[in-house]
Design a protein around this ligand. Structure first.
Ligand code: SF4
Length: 251
């Protein structure tokens, strides 16, 4: 199987893992494990990200601000402002996107704020009404728990090519979904500096991340069984997290 190459000029930033919806089979694991305050990206981390982008002349083509529900991050406004300033001063061709579930009154107010203040930021509002999302994949069914993936070499999936890299409080990953797997399974493998982003460093994470990721096999949720389906590797994680809530090193 051909190893897929991440798009290193697109980025999805999970600024928080807290969410107001927590859909079944969420590909950040939020239907089975709540996001925590200490997993929010701080403003200091944001400044560091922007400084590294400028210093290394890494010209992002697209940055999507997401989570969790990004609008409930306590510093959401400042984060958007800082990214917008970076765009206007250093990277004018950057497409900035905010991805939101559009659900609460607070979120709706934030959407209006962005529309008025930053009309060229694109809002992707999924306008989800409830926790069941038709067509989600069974994210918590790990390929490594399925016989068909015995002795398989993991090679990434469409997400890293189409959506690009992921960044969260713990660093850069080949995809945002993988970043979430690393935070949950306590894999301290995130890249901490943009100058270390290269294809080799990214694809070497596939084995650990894709082997746990339901996006890999792309088996869709059964409409007759809408709640999250969980395979043994994920069940083991849930048991571990009941006892031990470690947080991996920060970016
Ligand atoms: S971790 Fe998941 S989303 Fe990321 S490349 Fe692997 S299969 Fe795709």
């Amino acid at each position: 199987m051909k190893t897929l190459t991440p798009n290193i000029y697109k980025l999805e930033i999970d600024i928080t893992f807290k969410c107001t919806l927590k859909c079944f089979n969420c590909n950040r694991g939020l239907s089975i494990v709540d996001g925590r305050e200490e997993e929010n990206m701080s403003l200091t981390q944001f400044s560091k990200f922007i400084a590294q982008s400028i210093e290394n002349q890494h010209l992002w083509k697209q940055i999507r601000i997401m989570g969790g529900e990004p609008t409930i991050h306590p510093h959401f406004d400042e984060i958007v402002e800082r990214l917008y300033l970076y765009k206007t001063k250093f990277n004018r061709n950057l497409d900035l996107i905010v991805s939101t579930n559009g659900k609460s009154k607070h979120t709706k107010q934030k959407i209006e704020y962005i529309k008025n203040r930053f009309p060229d930021i694109l809002i992707e509002n999924t306008a989800k009404e409830n926790k069941y999302i038709d067509n989600f994949t069974l994210f918590h069914v790990a390929p490594k728990d399925l016989d068909m993936y015995d002795n398989h070499t993991y090679a990434g999936c469409w997400a890293t090519m189409k959506n690009g890299l992921g960044l969260n409080f713990s660093g850069f990953y080949p995809c945002s979904v993988g970043g979430s797997i690393a935070r949950l399974f306590n894999y301290d493998i995130g890249i901490k500096n943009i100058n270390e982003i290269n294809i080799n460093n990214l694809v070497r994470m596939y084995e650990q991340l894709c082997s746990l990721c339901g996006m890999y096999h792309n088996i869709k949720v059964d409409p007759d069984r809408i709640e999250s389906v969980i395979s043994p590797s994920w069940e083991k994680l849930i048991e571990l997290l009941k006892k031990d809530k470690l947080v991996i090193n920060r970016f």
